[in-house]
Structure formats: structure tokens, C-alpha cells
Design a protein around this ligand. Structure first.
Ligand code: HEC
Ligand code: HEC
Length: 405
């Protein structure tokens, strides 16, 4: 018999031990309302959005488009070796966040601090980017266009000038009316609306073409390892992954494997991020410094949005700071974070392990301790290496057909 002592570590800001159990009962039947029914498609707007998405002339360098970072060959995520965004006028500025995949974002709910989860818990959820600070996919597109580390335009007027110079006047006027590119605010709003429309193209952004989707449609059987992996993913005493990467779905819509929840799971600091050379710098997600409206919400410092598990197996970088580049490292981090912290965190000068080194020490109470991150040193790991292999076999079934290797 396995006996596990319940750790006396500080609880996460929002304890939620039973969510997975509740979820399991809901998986097949839930009718969670889709918070954002897709607006009617507008083919002209989508075509324009596609052109803009692939057009490097809209950046200060003249060479960086949205697709440079969000490459369609990698599910609109980063290319191998380019997990952390690099941009700026000379394409030499390394940012501090991993490039997310743009697939399966069609139902991200509005950001809120008071989302009521299926188990009754209340907490932050939703919004675009890792910290939920962009209210819509359209508002989101302003960020890279104007970010000095990304496409690096200095103003809306500069974006409008680039659109004019790239010959977009006729197509913008046909859709948005005469003079639209003459007014910088209108021009930027129009460009972001077109980009958002493109990102709502189902075949490109939510094709549901993975092997797992074929399995859900009854077209194929999972292998034994894959089927076991699904069970481990859901089992609250094993992976417990579904408690955050929810299997919840509404009738007829396949799951995206997240409930858009923001949480702090104690991801190690990434020394490759230039800003981290300053030991006093911390990327605290929800409470800043990139996000500026919730700096006072100290209990939510270090909270980042749980991403979808779709296409996760082909990602070039994992977690908000891209600290890991393989799924295997991510799995072992989950299982061993508390058992062998010395494998994941650096040592201080006096030899002690600086666990949770990407948070100021006074904020470690914010860290989540749900399974599988609920075991004290010396306990049995929640998943054996063989079980981790099966879990990864399942995650690989979530890769869309067009990007499967
Ligand atoms: C230099 C690389 C880079 C470029 C260029 C870039 N992005 Fe991103 N994108 C990122 C990074 C990094 C994030 C995460 C930002 C954060 O969390 O603060 C992101 C986040 C996003 C998100 C939010 C995803 C989510 O999970 O909520 C969307 C949508 C998006 N980008 C669309 C675009 C569009 C549209 C363009 C072109 C106008 C673009 N990006 C250009 C790197 C880039
Ligand atoms: C308590 C909630 C929780 C549990 C349980 C959980 N995750 Fe996560 N997961 C998160 C959050 C939050 C993030 C983002 C953290 C960050 O970037 O700081 C994340 C990120 C990830 C990522 C990185 C994805 C990307 O695009 O960078 C993978 C892969 C992942 N989780 C897989 C799993 C698996 C597999 C399990 C089960 C063994 C699991 N998670 C259990 C909340 C959770």
C-alpha cells in the first residue's frame, strides 16, 4: 500500500481539490455555454486579415510578420529554437514570454477575477496572452504591432503609414470606407479587426483534425498506451491534468483541454531571458509588470493562463517563460517539482535549493499544490516513467493532422 503524508505546504490562493472528480462526471454531458459564438464569417475581411498576418512590411524591421513568430507549420506557434519571441527594429531583442500557439483560442472567455469554476471555486480566468491582459483577439493584435520587442511600430500613425506604403489603401477602403488609412486610429482598428477575422477561420485555427478528434468521431481506436494516457490525464490521483486542462466540453464541440484558468504552478526562472539578468526583476503575470491594472492583487502574483493541450507535443517552448523545450521535461517537472526540487531549481551560494526561484520569497504562498504537485520529498511520484510515457502518447494524439510529424 502506498501511503502519502499530506504536505503542510502553504495552500494555493484558491484550493480546489475536488474539481477533477466533478469534471469527470460532466465530461460527456456538460452543456457549458460557449462564451463567444463566432460572428458570421466575412470572406473579404478574412482574406485581408490573412494578407496582413503574413506581411513583414508592417513591422519596423520590414521583415517580421505575425507568422514569423506564429508559424502555421507549427500550429501558429514558434519554430524550433525560436520559442522566446525575438523582434524589434533590428530583430535582435529577445522578449520574456514564450510564443503561444494561436490555435483553439476561439472560445477564450472575457478576463475576470471572479470566474466560478465547475466545483464552485472563484478565481481569475480568461483573456488573451499569458496574463489575460488583452480583452479580445482584436485588441491583442495591437500589442505586437506596437511592442518595441516585437514588430516595434512607434505609433498607430506608423502602422497606417506602413499599410499605405504596402498598397493596402484600395482593399481597406472597399471594406472600411473612404479615408480609413488617413486616420491612424481607424486604420489600426481596421487592421486588427481584419487580423481577428482571419484568426477566426475554422480550417486554419480550429480544424479539430487530430487523431484524438478522429477517435471522438468513432473513426479510429486509440492504442493501449494512448487510452491509458487519457485515464492518467483525468485521474485526480495520477496526472490530475484535467482539473486545469479541462476535458469539459459542450454538446457537439470537442474539448480544447483548458478551462482558461490562471494559476501559479511555480515554473522555474529562465536564465536565457535578458530581463532576468536583474535579480530584482520578476515576471509576475497577472500582477505585472507587463500587465498594469492588477498590481494590487498580490495573491494572484505569478498567475498565468493554463494553455490548451492541443498541439502541445510540437511546441518549441513550454510555459509562459519558455523555460523548457521538451514535453518530457514538462512532465517530469510536474511529477518531481516537490520530490526533487534540486533538479529544477538552482542552489543559492550557501548550497540551499532556491525552490520557486521565479517568485519573490514572500509570494510563494500563491503556488498551487494540487496533484500531482502535492507530494513531500521522499513520497512516491504521482506518475512512474512508464505512466509518463503513456500520458505523452495521449498528448501526441492532440496534434492536428496538417502539423503532425
Ligand atoms: C516577435 C514575435 C511575435 C510577433 C511578431 C507576434 N506575436 Fe503574437 N505573441 C507573441 C508572444 C510572445 C505572445 C505572448 C504575449 C504575452 O503573454 O504577453 C503572443 C500572443 C499572441 C496572442 C494571444 C494568444 C493567447 O493565448 O492568448 C495572439 C492572439 C497573438 N499573439 C496574435 C498575433 C498577431 C495577430 C500578430 C501580428 C500582428 C502577432 N501575434 C505577432 C509573439 C509574437
Ligand atoms: C493546478 C492546475 C494544473 C494542473 C493540475 C496541471 N496543469 Fe499544466 N498548466 C497549468 C498552468 C497554469 C500552466 C501555465 C503555467 C505557466 O506558464 O506559468 C500549465 C502549462 C502546461 C503546459 C505547457 C503548455 C504550453 O503551451 O506552454 C503543459 C504541456 C501542461 N501544462 C501539461 C499538463 C499535464 C500533462 C498535466 C498533468 C500531469 C498538467 N499540465 C497539470 C495548470 C495546471
Amino acid at each position: 500500500m502506498l501511503s502519502i503524508t499530506v504536505p503542510t505546504l502553504p495552500r494555493a490562493a484558491r484550493p480546489r481539490p475536488v474539481r477533477a472528480l466533478v469534471l469527470l462526471c460532466l465530461v460527456a454531458t456538460a452543456a457549458a455555454a460557449d462564451p463567444r459564438p463566432a460572428p458570421a464569417a466575412d470572406p473579404a475581411l478574412q482574406t485581408l486579415g490573412r494578407q496582413l498576418f503574413f506581411d513583414g512590411r508592417l513591422s519596423a524591421s520590414g521583415r517580421q510578420s505575425c507568422a514569423t513568430c506564429h508559424d502555421p507549420r507549427y500550429a501558429y506557434g514558434p519554430r524550433p529554437g525560436e520559442g522566446l519571441a525575438k523582434g524589434g527594429p533590428h530583430l535582435d531583442r529577445l522578449g520574456s514570454r514564450a510564443v503561444p500557439s494561436l490555435r483553439y483560442l476561439q472560445a477564450v472567455p472575457d478576463f475576470t477575477l471572479t470566474h466560478r469554476f465547475t466545483d464552485g471555486d472563484i478565481g481569475p480566468a480568461g483573456g488573451y496572452t499569458w496574463d489575460g491582459r488583452a480583452r479580445s483577439i482584436g485588441e491583442q493584435a495591437r500589442l505586437p504591432l506596437l511592442d518595441p520587442d516585437e514588430m516595434a511600430n512607434r505609433s498607430a500613425a506608423e502602422v497606417a503609414r506602413r499599410l499605405n506604403a504596402a498598397g493596402y489603401r484600395t482593399s481597406f477602403e472597399a471594406i472600411f470606407g473612404p479615408g480609413v488609412l488617413g486616420n491612424p486610429d481607424r486604420a489600426l482598428a481596421a487592421a486588427t479587426e481584419a487580423l481577428a477575422a482571419f484568426q477566426r477561420t475554422p480550417a486554419e485555427f480550429y480544424p479539430y483534425s487530430s487523431r484524438y478528434d478522429a477517435f471522438l468521431r468513432g473513426e479510429l481506436e486509440l492504442t493501449d498506451a494512448e487510452a491509458h494516457g487519457v485515464e492518467l490525464f483525468k485521474d485526480p490521483k495520477k496526472g490530475n491534468c484535467a482539473s486545469c486542462h479541462a476535458v469539459l466540453t459542450r454538446a457537439g464541440v470537442p474539448p480544447v483541454f483548458t478551462d482558461y484558468d490562471l494559476l501559479n504552478i511555480g515554473v522555474p526562472r529562465n536564465p536565457r531571458i535578458p530581463a532576468n539578468a536583474d535579480p530584482a526583476h520578476f515576471d509576475l503575470g497577472l500582477c505585472g509588470p507587463k500587465r498594469t491594472d492588477l498590481a494590487a492583487e498580490r495573491r494572484y502574483c505569478g498567475f498565468f493562463r493554463a494553455p490548451s493541450m492541443r498541439n502541445t507535443a510540437i511546441r518549441a517552448a513550454y510555459f509562459h517563460n519558455g523555460v523548457y523545450t521538451t514535453l518530457d521535461e514538462v512532465m517530469h517537472f510536474y511529477v518531481e517539482r516537490d520530490l526533487y526540487p534540486e533538479k529544477y531549481y538552482p542552489r543559492a551560494a550557501d548550497g540551499t535549493v532556491r525552490k520557486f526561484d521565479d517568485l519573490p520569497p514572500e509570494l510563494v504562498a500563491n503556488i498551487d499544490h494540487d496533484a500531482p504537485m502535492d507530494r513531500p520529498p521522499g513520497a512516491e511520484p504521482a506518475l512512474s516513467d512508464a505512466e509518463i510515457a503513456d500520458l505523452m502518447a495521449f498528448l501526441k494524439t492532440l496534434t492536428d493532422a496538417d502539423v503532425a510529424r
